[in-house]
Design a protein around this ligand. Structure first.
Ligand SMILES: Nc1nc2c(ncn2[C@@H]2O[C@H](COP(=O)(O)OP(=O)(O)O)[C@@H](O)[C@H]2O)c(=O)[nH]1
Ligand SMILES: [Mg+2]
Ligand SMILES: [Zn+2]
Length: 291
């Protein structure tokens, strides 16, 4: 049976890309009742009928999935944070990193609006996040700086672009000179029709990769176990192998390599404090859930 990848979900149809063809597929009965709904990004087996129509027959295992936008097998998330307007928020960035690391989606930090001169510590932050093991790409859409690097990032990957409203996502897309309808969700929300767009998702081909046409921002929740959070950040993950206790949460345990790294100035105090806040939050959520 031929295989392909769903690149668009619209009005009950699944558009499956196989080599250079797009096959418009209907789902077979079993998918309607199944708990697993086919998503953009799914690899599938399909049955070809005439006129490039077909039936979706089987889904192959996923590596990961997101609820908003509803796509799966995502390689990476471009986390867009502006240097200013809105202010660069390491608290929010650390939350995003925690969540995307846990989902096994490679986070790429994009710092936008670098042309806005400011008395901040942005260069220091860039160093710190690189030191932690993350790719950081400073850009200015206005001055067209860093744009080529972003193009390289998209190559051969499935990506989502995410970030608060106003950070410059649309401006970046414009600077990349491709057509993505990143506005869809915001507009339909304003019109009170948010729900209609959530089932319509398309992966747009871009620099021989795919980018989801809707931003992946709304209501990202930290939904993980404490021990998972303790190993989510890549530098924490490496260090935690040396912690004395298995399942060390790097809070008050003795002989903790993460705490040691904070003391040695290898991990910034600020990022560690954010980590502690999120650990507290996860604890509270668990208590609320299970009493
Ligand atoms: N100075 C400067 N302003 C920018 C840059 N990129 C975007 N902006 C401005 O930031 C505001 C929000 O940009 P927009 O792309 O709509 O953000 P979005 O909500 O994330 O899509 C607009 O007024 C843009 O002109 C940049 O590189 N430099
Ligand atoms: Mg926008
Ligand atoms: Zn530890």
């Amino acid at each position: 049976m031929p295989k392909g990848q769903i690149i668009k979900v619209l009005a009950g149809f699944y558009y499956v890309k196989d080599q250079n063809q797009i096959i418009q597929c209907r789902a077979r009965g079993r998918f309607r009742n199944d708990e697993i709904k086919p998503l953009a990004g799914d690899y599938c087996e399909y049955e070809l009928r005439e006129n490039n129509d077909g039936y979706l027959m089987e889904l192959l295992p996923r590596t990961n999935s997101l609820i908003r936008p509803p796509i799966c097998n995502i390689d990476q998330a471009l986390l867009v944070f502006s240097r200013k307007d809105p202010d660069f928020s390491t608290l929010l960035l650390d939350k995003f990193l925690l969540i995307y690391e846990h989902l096994q989606i490679e986070p790429i930090i994009c710092i936008s609006k670098m042309d806005i001169e400011s008395d901040d510590h942005i260069e220091q932050y860039i160093q710190e996040y690189r030191q932690a093991g993350y790719t950081v790409i400073p850009i200015s859409s206005k001055k067209k700086e860093g744009i080529e690097q972003i193009k390289d990032v998209f190559k051969d990957k499935i990506s989502v672009i995410t970030g608060q409203s106003g950070v410059g996502k649309s401006s970046l897309i414009n600077a990349l000179d491709v057509k993505l309808n990143l506005e869809t969700n915001e507009i339909s929300k304003a019109l009170g029709r948010g729900k209609h767009t959530t089932r319509h998702v398309e992966l747009i081909e871009m620099f021989s990769g795919y980018v989801a046409d809707t931003p992946g921002f709304s209501s990202l929740e930290i939904d993980m176990e404490l021990v998972e959070a303790a190993k989510a950040y890549r530098d924490f993950h490496k260090l935690s192998e040396g912690c004395k206790f298995r399942g060390c949460l790097h809070v008050s345990e003795p002989d903790c390599k993460v705490k040691q790294a904070v003391e040695d100035g290898i991990i910034s105090k600020e990022r560690y404090d954010h980590y502690l806040q999120y650990i507290q939050l996860i604890k509270k959520n668990k208590e609320r859930q299970y009493g």
